[in-house]
Write a protein that binds this ligand. Sequence first.
Ligand code: AMP
Ligand code: MG
Length: 408
Amino acid sequence: MTKVPTMIDVDRALALVRAHVTAGPIETVGIDAALYRILAEPICCDVDYPPFDRAVMDGYAVRAEDTAAAPLTLQIVGQVPAGVVSDRLLQPGEAMQINTGAPMPRGADAVVRVEETELRENGKSVLIRVSVGPGQFVTPRATYVPSGAVILKAGMRLTPAEIGAAAAAGAARLSVFRRPRVAILSTGNELVEVDRMPTGGQIRNSNQHQLDALVRSAHAEPVVLGVARDDPDELRAKIEAGLSSDLLLVSGGVSMGAFDQVPEVLAACGVTARFHKMAIKPGRPTMCGTTEDGALVFALPGNPVSAFVGFELLVRPAIGWRQGALDAEPRYMAATLHGTISSTRNRRSYIPARAAVNEAGEWFAEPTRWHGSGDAFGLIGANAMIVRPPNAPAIEHGAQVSMLLLRP
Ligand code: AMP
Ligand code: MG
């Protein structure tokens, strides 16, 4: 048997995860169901946009050359509301009332804004106060996008902005990657549901809800498996149920204690370990494995902050790649430290922090108040993780740090 990589650094762990994720499968959905999905095929615009020379302002469609000697009056020969095409050819000395978004009448090449005009002769003619140049307040056909142009590439995530563009392009149904199903299993004899008062050594199963929220925030579909006691048969039954999902997240039972049986039970269920333990704090015991059917398994430490860090560093990217996302890697960036951070030992450290931009446009990050990896409240307000290298000295307010910005 080949040896499982152990105590590897985070970058190597992420590369191993990447090597074991393939994108897919693909499905076709209606445009409103496509929000936050990743496009599997490019979208082309099926019309010129705008589809006709379009007035940008309410006012009068004119021949620009007729207005050269303004102020002057023009005969009003018709009206073009939005949605109507005028069949009249505008002649010299004529104007047509036109509304924003309406197609320009033939012969007209500019719009005089209504503010620059005054009706005359009971509305039969109009005083034009200013001259306009050809094309003024007109958006020519196909200015934004010509018919047939690719407007959205495969691999893009569809936010509300792209949904609007896809709709304008006529994409009523879209080809997108299916939302990965992510099974969530908590382990531990000590766990009770959140609506119970913990007694005698019990602790609330907060990870189930934290992981459920994280999975949904990654635009995947959680499949909640509940709690498995620290019993090999119960663990095995629940893990086997979880392996029919695309990903399985197990929390707890992955450390060195006598009740930490998750790695052995995973092996018994046919999961091949790809690594076990990372040189990271918190989150050292994290394990990743795969099945022959292509399921990806993460065994995350039971401590809430450790499980959170493991999710952000490995699971969120894995969910992104599974969905075909092109930008699934964690994003590290520079920031100025507000507050202080103590020295690190031989592991890379991740410190929950609140990051924001100051008036000068510079990022700063302030560690949240937390008491270690078991502190389920220490993540409140955190939208970033400050990263410190192994064996780094203590640093003071104002120091430059690297941080991982968390996605909402
Ligand atoms: P373990 O990784 O099983 O050794 O658990 C480490 C710590 O995390 C212990 O203090 C557990 O009680 C706690 N823990 C384990 N699972 C959960 C969970 N689902 N929710 C909250 N805390 C947990
Ligand atoms: Mg446990």
